[in-house]
Design a protein around this ligand. Structure first.
Ligand code: PAF
Length: 434
């Protein structure tokens, strides 16, 4: 009898029931006995189509008298019996059952790889597994499940001194360092930045800090979504090495008095209705850059003005890092991912699609030869005003370096907008290139 470790996951229908039913069926496979079952762990989906529901994951230890290939065949039959349909890679699933480890067997066939290829990189696999088989060894990596779990978890730093120490050690070892500054409430947009940061650098550090200095007095600082535990788990799955999550006092001591301001760029777009916002953003980014001293910092293009302001600050103040801007990540229906989408009611979520519809219209008009910004903006406005809960803050077409309005689209321009859906202010933009 071999000891086999399996992982189970479900994110459709009654997830708990699906996993329990699967376990019941597994117990009926000839030559199999279930020895231990872990608790259930809820995890955000990793990759696959945007906006799919959270997964519930569990693991089990089995005794099995057949071959791994034979077990796989039996597990596939159970998946089918429970209603699993063919879907896109990492798509939503009623049930997913994976063979993770089978003592020190190594299998590489077209159908099956044991140990499971990604098990050492997946928190949702290692967490339940560590509960029931912490000392099980990965025969290739020669690492126990509990050590794999320890390795995947990013280090968490709450104070400046400790994160600096971590960075200095990495630098002394000749490693490159990336920073992904965030305010937490991480979504696929942030995760794409973290993955890229890790791909291009030895060390990826994510800062999670809801920066009070960039919120106006009537803005949502107090109710901004905060869930550090969830953020850390998402960072683990995305490959981050460290999370810097300081308390406000660590960043702004009582006698803090120095700020970074900029003359012209913040006087456009969002800066008009959010006075002081970009001073807050620049000040905190300047501090984060000084603390972490990254080679590269990663930002998303959804916050287009922010990326322009930060790049200019880095240039003007001779800061020693590169700024990389990655494309906006969108939900399947086009809505740009944003932590603030979580505030939208079901109806507002539907209404919020008017932003993407307006940008799509702008692109279509440009494609059909329209070059007048005024005409494009007028059509975009028509789309937004048709949506009852939408109120336009601004819609404009600007030059990407100066953020000044452009009357005629020539070369590369940016259509940018801020629209309130109910009480929630959303921003979006797209490049218009003639
Ligand atoms: O884009 C954000 O989340 C914030 O503005 C940033 C860059 C993390 C600064 O607080």
């Amino acid at each position: 009898m071999a000891t086999v470790l399996i992982g189970l996951g479900s994110n459709l229908g009654n997830r708990k029931q699906n996993i329990s039913l699967a376990l019941k069926e597994i117990g009926l496979i000839r030559g199999t006995a279930i020895r231990k079952v872990s608790g259930f762990y809820a995890t955000s989906p990793l990759g696959g189509p945007k906006g799919q529901p959270d997964f519930l994951n569990a693991a089990a230890v089995l005794s099995y008298s057949g071959t791994p290939a034979g077990l796989l065949k039996a597990l596939k039959v159970i998946e089918k019996k429970l209603g699993r349909k063919k879907t896109v890679r990492w798509g939503p699933r009623i049930i997913d059952i994976d063979i993770l480890l089978s003592e020190n067997k190594i299998v590489h066939s077209r159908q099956l790889t044991v140990p499971h290829k990604l098990m050492h990189k997946r928190l949702f696999v290692l967490k339940p597994l560590a509960e029931i088989a912490p000392d099980a060894m990965h025969p290739v990596l020669k690492t126990s499940v509990k050590d794999m779990l320890k390795n995947i978890m990013p280090e968490i730093f709450k104070n400046v001194r400790d994160v600096k120490k971590f960075v200095h050690k990495a630098r002394a070892a000749g490693k490159s360092v990336a920073l992904v500054p965030t305010m937490g409430a991480l979504h696929e947009g942030h995760l794409s930045l973290i993955r890229q940061a890790k791909k291009e650098n030895d060390i990826a550090i994510v800062s999670v800090f809801v920066n009070p200095l960039q919120f106006g007095p009537k803005e949502d600082f107090k109710k901004y979504p905060r869930d550090t535990q969830r953020d850390v788990e998402l960072c683990a799955n995305a490959g981050a090495d460290a999370v810097f999550a300081p308390v406000p006092k660590e960043i702004y001591a009582n006698d803090f008095q120095t700020i970074v301001s900029q003359k012209r760029l913040p006087e456009h777009l969002c800066g008009l209705s959010r006075p002081g916002h970009f001073t807050g953003v620049m000040t905190v980014c300047c501090k984060l850059f000084n603390i972490v001293e990254p080679d590269t910092a990663y930002f998303g293009r959804k916050d287009f003005q922010q990326t322009v302001v930060i790049k200019k600050m880095v240039e003007d103040l001779n800061m020693n890092l590169k700024i990389k801007v990655l494309p906006t990540v969108r939900e399947k229906d086009g809505l740009a991912m944003s932590s603030r989408n979580a505030y939208l009611s079901v109806q507002e979520r539907r209404d919020a699609l008017c932003l993407y519809a307006a940008l799509t219209k702008a692109k279509q008009m440009l494609k059909s030869g329209e070059r007048s910004s005024a005409k494009i903006i007028a059509e975009m406005k028509k789309i937004i005003t048709k949506t009852p809960s939408a109120e336009i803050d601004y819609i404009t077409v600007v030059a990407p370096e100066t953020l000044e309005n452009t009357d005629v689209i020539r070369g590369r321009t940016v259509a940018a907008m801020a629209v309130r859906i109910g009480k929630i202010r959303l921003i979006d933009n797209c490049i218009l290139k003639s």
